[in-house]
Ligand binder design. Structure first.
Ligand SMILES: *Cc1c(COP(=O)(O)O)cnc(C)c1O
Length: 376
């Protein structure tokens, strides 16, 4: 009997140890892990450099609160601003909290209240981030939601235009929708969206919680487009499993987040920001990102070559964020793959979502494709 609220449908696997892209369960069975803790352990499990840095910090100081100067927080913020178009960072503990802060910042800065997001989006489970999430199943039973949240059709600029009036504070978007089915935005759409935002003094918030930290072969996925977002939200891969989130904003937003305007007890604490610095010191190296791109292209080619089943409709994604859209439900296929020692995710009922650690080897990509081909 479990004393945990049954909010999750759990798999029949208990992990004992983990190394790189390999999980070993309590029965000693090995799995190839293409879930990475849902896009979190981008450097793989048990990464020596991240582990070493956290252990060192653990023996110095864990937590002090934001009443103090925190050098590792300064350092993490500097790395984030050097690797994005943003200038200032607010640290929190998760993706939802990051989006929550982004929504607050956008409302405060613009003095307007409407937030436009997209159908099939996912932004988190707090009231603000849930209200921004364009999926009814996430809202069910929790109404009324926050006011002034509206959903446009992804990749349809006219749909966004039809929602624009003089009350819009921000547009919030994932450049590749993750939970909603691994849908990349069209470059043309993103450029028109950015122009629409500029013309109407609307802030552009890019939710990079899943797509950031090297996942798509760039530090952040918006770099695949000709974009300069006002606010970027990061989490998941940022701590490689240590809980941390970050909101990265442009210079002009500084005054709106003045002393006392927002806060978090744990946000950016020494341990969390040590983890983030260690992660970014690896992932943001140009050679590392290049390698992700190369492996992503290799994986995509192999998938297209080997997955010849008519059950497969389309293979989508970027870098090491891949969705296999099928002509039916994939739940039982994921179970079958687990039995064969391969772990994958779904994104909606019909999409198999693959988020291997970015450190995955070509051999591991190859064996993943052979299990997928066999099961499909
Ligand atoms: C996972 C996710 C979130 C929510 O992050 P949490 O850390 O679970 O709160 C928000 N946005 C996107 C795009 C995500 O993939």
């Amino acid at each position: 009997m479990s004393s945990i609220f049954p909010t999750y449908a759990r798999w029949d696997v208990t992990v004992q140890r983990a190394e790189g892209a390999t999980l070993i369960d309590t029965d000693g069975k090995e799995y190839l892990d293409f879930t990475s803790g849902i896009g979190v352990c981008n450097l793989g499990h048990n990464h020596p450099i991240v582990n070493k840095k956290i252990k060192e910090q653990l023996d110095q100081v864990w937590h002090v609160s934001n009443l103090f100067h925190i050098p590792t927080q300064e350092q993490a913020a500097t790395i984030l601003t050097e690797n994005t178009c943003g200038d200032y960072v607010f640290f929190c503990n998760s993706g939802a909290e990051g989006n929550e802060a982004a929504i607050k910042l956008a409302r405060k800065y613009t003095g307007k209240s409407k937030i436009i997001s997209f159908k099939q989006s996912f932004h988190g489970r707090t009231f603000g981030s849930m209200s921004a999430t364009g999926q009814e199943k996430i809202h069910e039973g929790y109404g009324p939601l926050l006011e002034q949240f509206e959903y446009a059709v992804f990749n349809d600029i006219n749909s966004v235009k039809s929602l624009v009036d003089n009350q819009v504070a921000a547009v919030m978007i994932e450049v590749i929708q993750g939970e909603g089915g691994v849908h990349p935005a069209d470059p043309r759409f993103m450029e028109e969206l950015q122009q629409l935002c500029i013309d109407n003094k609307i802030l552009l918030i890019v939710d990079e919680v899943q797509t950031g930290i090297g996942r798509t072969g760039k530090a952040f996925a918006y770099e695949h487009y000709d974009l300069s977002p006002d606010i970027i939200v990061s989490a998941k891969g940022l701590g490689n499993g240590f809980p941390i989130g970050a909101v990265i904003g442009k210079e002009k937003l500084k005054e709106a987040f003045g002393p006392g305007s927002h806060g978090s007890t744990y946000g950016g604490n020494p341990l969390a920001t040590t983890a983030a610095c260690a992660v970014m010191s690896q992932v943001f190296q140009p050679e590392f990102l290049k390698e992700v791109e190369v492996k992503g292209n290799y994986f995509m080619e192999l998938l297209n070559e080997k997955l010849t089943s008519t059950f497969v409709n389309e293979i989508k994604g970027k870098g090491l964020m891949v969705g296999i859209e099928c002509n039916g439900e994939v739940g039982s296929l994921l179970t079958e793959m687990r039995e064969k020692g391969f772990l994958a995710l779904s994104a909606g009922p019909n999409v198999i979502r693959l988020l291997p650690p970015l450190t995955v080897t070509k051999e591991q990509l190859k064996s993943a494709v052979s299990v997928l081909a066999e099961v499909l």
